[in-house]
Design a protein around this ligand. Structure first.
Ligand code: SF4
Length: 351
């Protein structure tokens, strides 16, 4: 099955493209106090190691806008400044080197303020992500539609967009987020039909790590499968590094991008005679940051085990307190249960 991706404009966040034929990028947002420069850099570095490609920091005040300069000097990936209401913070963030703005121009006061921000963005080639949220739609739009409908979200987004495009700038990424998965899907479908701006896709306020991952996978995954979405952000209440792992799993499960090792493991059943849950969990953790394009099968018995293990680059089909090791389709040797993780990791390293 081939996903046919909607053709959008390409914008560049420093040297990272969003849209067009470029890979669907993974974003996250720090949850540190941006003014705490060292803590913020440490978190961004952890995000980089996990695979984050663009990071956003909150800019609630002048000190945070100024901190971007030092933060940028300490990290490799582009930094986006999240600015609400105050155009001066947008200007200061760009002066500090922000590679992208997340801003809604309709909320920063007069047209003169908008013009100042657009002028500087144009001079520095800084793209803007205009993002509307079902929870904060304008009163007149809510009155018109009665509730945050997909049409209401799009009308709000296009209102902000026109303030910028009227000034001759279209270096724009759009997002239309809601905490409801069906509403988010319908809003993005509509936006994708009506505009060619690259879309930043995500489910906002998705929840804690376990429930938020499911909501995000269903919402983002459905859209990506329909060919909608150019950059994704999984929002979780927790460590943002988990957002990156989840985003990678979503992209990998749809065969959109490949990130390191793909682990296939069975759910176990009454036939399993080893602690397969422990073995699979340990191998998954040890493989997390290994950048190799491999499939590893960890199977509980001889029913489906040999078939899956043979198809994988390396795999085990477990038996009674032991496992049969397969490599590149060949049976290698039997391994006692307590040596299975160690042996699998050695074989993975050798490939
Ligand atoms: Fe059960 Fe074997 Fe299937 Fe695993 S592979 S679920 S142990 S039948």
């Amino acid at each position: 099955m081939q996903i046919i991706r909607k053709k959008t404009h390409t914008v560049y966040v420093d040297d990272v493209p969003i849209g067009g034929d470029s890979p669907i990028t993974i974003q996250s947002m720090t949850n540190t106090d941006t003014k705490d420069i060292q803590k913020t850099i440490t978190q961004i570095k952890a995000l980089e190691v996990a695979g984050c490609e663009i990071v956003r920091v909150a800019v609630p005040d002048k000190e945070s806008a100024l901190a971007i300069k030092q933060i940028k000097a300490g990290v490799k990936i582009p930094v986006a400044a999240d600015v609400q209401y105050d155009h001066r913070l947008a200007l200061l963030s760009m002066e500090s080197g922000a590679d992208k703005l997340r801003i809604n121009p309709g909320t920063i006061g007069s047209l003169d303020n908008v013009a100042k921000v657009v002028k500087m963005a144009k001079e520095r080639n800084v793209p803007m992500r205009i993002g509307v949220n079902a929870g904060s739609l304008e009163k007149h739009i809510l009155q018109k539609y009665g509730s945050p409908t997909p049409e209401a979200l799009l009308e709000s987004a296009l209102g902000h967009v026109s303030l910028v495009t009227d000034l001759g700038y279209d270096n724009i990424v759009l997002s239309l987020k809601a905490s409801s998965v069906p509403l988010t899907i319908e809003a993005y479908k509509l936006a994708s039909e009506k505009t060619d701006f690259p879309l930043h896709v995500g489910i906002t306020e998705a929840g804690t790590i376990s429930s938020g991952k499911v909501k995000s996978a269903v919402g983002i995954g459905t859209l990506l499968y329909m060919g909608i979405g150019d950059t994704i952000r999984v929002s979780l209440t927790g460590d943002p590094v988990e957002e990156i792992y989840c985003a990678k799993d979503i992209l990998q499960s749809l065969n959109i991008r490949k990130f390191g090792i793909d682990i296939i493991s069975c759910p176990t059943c009454g036939r399993t005679k080893v602690d397969l849950v422990k073995i699979a969990t340990q191998v998954e953790t040890l493989c997390k940051n290994i950048d190799k394009n491999l499939t590893v099968a960890i199977m509980g018995c001889a029913v489906n085990g040999p078939g899956e293990a043979r198809e994988a680059d390396v795999g085990i089909a477990a038996g009674n307190n032991e496992g049969l090791l397969f490599k590149k389709g060949e049976i290698m040797f039997k391994v006692p249960e307590d040596k299975l993780v160690e042996t699998l990791m050695k074989e993975i390293e050798s490939l």
